[in-house]
Design a protein around this ligand. Structure first.
Ligand code: ATP
Length: 358
C-alpha cells in the first residue's frame, strides 16, 4: 500500500433543496486501501459514494483521483467499477455477457473478452458459469458476477454500495472474507458503504464513521473501537454502557454518589458534566486485590450468547442498568445466577470519558 493519497475529497457539501446531506466532508484515501463509510440510515454515506462515482455532483468542494480533478467529470470518463446492493445484473444477458459489458466499449476483441471473462469467473470462484442467466443464480452468486463485472476493466477504484446486505447471514460472512481477500490480492483501492459495524470492523483498513452529514471519526477498526472520539462513535461501533458523572478532581469523577477513577479526563475541568463509558467485555468480576471503582451490583438478567454470557446489571445508586459480557470460562468460576448480588469493577484504564451530559 503506497502512502500517497489516491482519492482526495476536499470540503464536500451536498444540498438537496434546503436539506444539507453532507457538511464539509474532507478525506484522503491511500492507494490500495479498503475504506468503509459506516453510519446509520440517512447519514449521507450513499450521497458521498454517488459523488465519488459521478452519479451526482457536489454543491461545493472537489474530488481528485490519482491527482486529477474529477469533480465534474462525466461517469464514462471515470475510472471505477461499482457493485450495488440489489444485484443489478442485466437479466436478459448471460453471465459472460454481463461481465463483458464494459469491455465492449473498451474495444476488447471477442477473443480477449472471452479470456478475460474466464479469468474473472475463476477469480470470483464461479468458473464454468459463462452461459447461465442471472435468474438461475443464487443471490450470493449474482453478487460474485456483479463483482467480476465491476473488476472487468481493472479499474483504479472499486465502489461497493452495501453489496452484502441483501444476502443471508451465512453467505454474507463468507463473501465478506472473499471480497477482502480478493481486494488484498488485486490491491485495488476500495470504498464500501455499509451500516453494518461488524462488516466494517472485519473488512476495512480504515473506517469513516459518519453521522448527520459529517465525519465523526476516521481510523483503523482497532482505533475506532478502542478509542472512540465521540459518544456517537462509541455507541455505534460495538456496544457501550454510559454513566453520567461530574468531574471532581484530576482523573476523578462522581457518578451517582460513587467516586470513580479514570485515566482520560485531562480535557475536562472540575465541575464539568461528563459521560463515562465502558464496553460490556471490560466490566470485571474477579476483583480481589483491586481497590478502585468497585461497586455492588445485582444481576437482573442473563442471556446466553454461545461463546459468552451477557449480564444485565443494576449498579448501586444508578438508575440505568449496564451490560457486562462474561466469557464462558469465567462464568464457570463465577456461577452467576439471575437475582444474585455481586461486586463488579469498572477498571479505570477501560473507562472512556466524554465531556457533556448524556
Ligand atoms: N436525491 C435526493 N433528494 C433529496 N434528499 C435526498 C436525496 N438523496 C438523499 N437525500 C437525503 O439525504 C440524506 C442522506 O441520504 P443518503 O442516502 O446519503 O444516506 P445513507 O447514509 O446512505 O442512508 P441509507 O443507508 O438509508 O441509504 C437523507 O436524509 C436523504 O433523505
Amino acid at each position: 500500500m503506497s502512502n500517497k493519497a489516491y482519492l482526495e475529497l476536499n470540503n464536500i457539501d451536498q444540498m438537496f433543496g434546503t436539506y444539507q446531506a453532507l457538511k464539509n466532508v474532507s478525506l484522503n484515501i491511500k492507494e490500495g486501501e479498503f475504506v468503509c463509510f459506516l453510519g446509520p440510515s440517512g447519514c449521507g454515506k450513499t450521497s458521498l459514494l454517488r459523488i465519488i462515482a459521478g452519479l451526482d455532483t457536489p454543491t461545493s468542494g472537489s474530488i481528485l483521483q490519482a491527482g486529477k480533478d474529477i469533480t465534474y467529470a462525466p461517469v464514462n470518463h471515470r475510472d471505477f467499477g461499482i457493485v450495488f446492493q440489489s444485484y443489478a445484473l442485466f437479466p436478459n444477458l448471460t453471465v459472460a455477457d454481463n461481465i463483458a459489458y464494459g469491455l465492449v466499449s473498451k474495444k476488447f476483441s471477442a477473443n480477449d473478452r472471452r479470456v478475460r471473462v474466464t479469468e474473472l469467473l475463476a477469480t470470483v470462484g464461479m468458473s464454468g458459469s459463462e452461459g447461465r442467466y442471472p435468474a438461475q443464480l443464487s443471490g450470493g452468486q449474482q453478487q460474485r458476477v456483479a463483482l467480476a463485472r465491476a473488476l472487468a476493466t481493472s479499474p483504479g477504484l472499486l465502489l461497493l454500495d452495501e453489496p452484502l446486505s441483501a444476502l443471508d447471514a451465512r453467505v454474507r460472512a463468507h463473501l465478506r472474507q472473499e471480497i477482502k481477500q480478493l481486494q488484498e490480492k488485486l490491491g485495488v483501492t476500495t470504498i464500501m458503504v455499509t451500516h453494518d459495524q461488524e462488516e466494517a470492523l472485519t473488512m476495512a483498513d480504515q473506517i469513516v464513521v459518519m453521522n448527520q452529514g459529517v465525519i465523526e471519526q476516521i481510523g483503523t477498526p482497532q482505533d475506532v473501537y478502542a478509542k472512540p472520539n465521540t459518544p456517537f462513535v462509541a455507541e455505534f461501533v460495538g456496544e457501550m454502557n454510559f454513566l453520567s458523572a461530574e468531574v471532581s478532581g484530576v482523573g476523578v469523577m462522581q457518578s451517582a454518589g460513587l467516586t470513580l477513577r479514570c485515566d482520560q479526563s485531562s480535557h475536562l475541568t472540575i465541575g464539568d458534566p461528563a459521560q463515562l463509558a465502558i464496553r460490556p467485555e471490560d466490566v470485571r468480576f474477579q476483583t480481589e486485590g483491586e481497590e478502585d471503582n468497585k461497586m455492588n451490583a445485582k444481576v437482573l438478567h442473563l442471556e446466553f450468547l454461545g461463546s459468552r454470557m451477557r449480564a444485565l446489571l443494576e449498579l448501586e445508586n444508578h438508575e440505568r442498568p449496564i451490560l457486562a459480557d462474561i466469557s464462558m470460562n469465567e462464568m464457570a468460576e463465577l456461577n452467576l445466577i439471575q437475582g444474585q448480588s455481586v461486586v463488579c469493577q469498572l477498571p479505570h484504564d477501560r473507562l472512556h470519558v466524554f465531556g457533556g451530559k448524556a
